[in-house]
Design a protein around this ligand. Structure first.
Ligand SMILES: [Mg+2]
Length: 229
C-alpha cells in the first residue's frame, strides 16, 4: 500500500538547481552584515552540507561570533537576498523530480523534504522553480542537526505527526544527489535513490551504497514501481 511509504526529497541537485544563486546570496548576506571580508566557501564541501553548519564554519573562519542572534540575523538577511535575486530564470527544475513527487502523492504516499537548506529559503527555491510546495508539507532542514544523518529521524517524526501514522524504516526512501544523502538513509535502515543530476556521477553514488542509482528521475513509472513495489 502506497500509504505506508514515505519519500524524502533533497532540494539542491535533486529537485532543482539554482546554479550558484543560493551560494552567492549567502555570501552577500555575510558581507551585508559584516562588511566585505572576502567571504568564500573555498575549501568547504557545499554539496549535501547543512546551512547552519556552513554558517558556523564561515563565522569561525573569520573570527566572528556565531551565537544564536547572529545566526538569526544571517538567516533573515540571506532570506531577503535570495528572495530578491532568485528569479525563476535562475532556477532549473531537474527532469522528472517534481513529477515523481506528484505521482507519489497522488497514490497516497507521504512526501516531504530532507534538505540542508534553512526552511524558509528551501521554499524560496521551490517557489522560484515553480514546484508546488504543498507536495512537501513537512521536512527536516539545515538547523535540525549538525550532521546530515541526524535529519532522517527528524523528518520521519514530522511525517508521523503530519500523517498521524508512523513509517517503518524499510518503507522510507531518501532521494538525493550526494553520498551524504545516501548515508542519511543507510544510517537509519532506510532505502536510498542516488540521482546524478548534482555534482556526483552515478558510479560515486553507487559506491556510496545507493540502493538505486539513476542518471535522472525522468522515469516516473519505473521509479514508482521501485519505491512502492
Ligand atoms: Mg543536494
Amino acid at each position: 500500500m502506497a500509504a505506508h511509504h514515505l519519500v524524502l526529497f533533497d532540494i539542491d541537485g535533486t529537485l532543482l538547481r539554482s546554479e550558484g544563486a543560493g551560494v552567492a546570496a549567502m555570501l552577500r548576506a555575510f558581507a551585508t552584515i559584516h562588511g566585505d571580508r572576502g567571504f568564500s566557501f573555498a575549501g568547504l564541501e557545499i554539496a549535501g552540507a547543512l546551512d547552519g553548519v556552513l554558517f558556523d564554519r564561515i563565522m569561525t573562519q573569520h573570527g566572528l561570533p556565531a551565537h544564536d542572534e547572529a545566526h538569526r540575523e544571517f538567516q533573515r538577511t540571506y532570506h531577503e537576498e535570495l528572495d530578491r535575486t532568485l528569479t525563476p530564470d535562475r532556477v532549473r527544475r531537474m527532469p522528472g523530480a517534481a513529477e515523481l513527487a506528484h505521482a507519489l502523492a497522488a497514490r497516497g504516499a507521504a512526501t516531504g523534504l530532507l534538505t540542508g537548506n534553512y526552511e524558509h529559503t528551501a521554499f524560496v527555491k521551490i517557489r522560484a522553480a515553480g514546484i508546488d510546495r504543498t507536495l512537501f508539507p513537512f521536512g527536516a532542514y539545515g538547523t535540525d542537526g549538525s550532521l546530515r544523518r541526524q535529519l532522517t529521524p527528524v523528518a520521519m517524526a514530522r511525517a508521523a505527526a503530519h500523517h498521524g501514522r508512523s513509517f517503518a524504516a524499510e518503507r522510507v526512501t531518501v532521494i538525493g544527489d550526494t553520498p551524504l544523502d545516501v548515508d542519511c538513509a543507510k544510517a537509519h535502515g532506510c532505502r536510498s535513490i542516488g540521482v546524478a543530476t548534482g555534482p556526483f556521477p552515478i558510479d560515486t553514488l553507487r559506491s556510496a551504497g545507493a540502493d538505486l542509482a539513476v542518471d535522472s528521475l525522468a522515469d516516473t513509472d519505473g521509479l514508482m514501481r521501485w519505491i512502492l513495489g
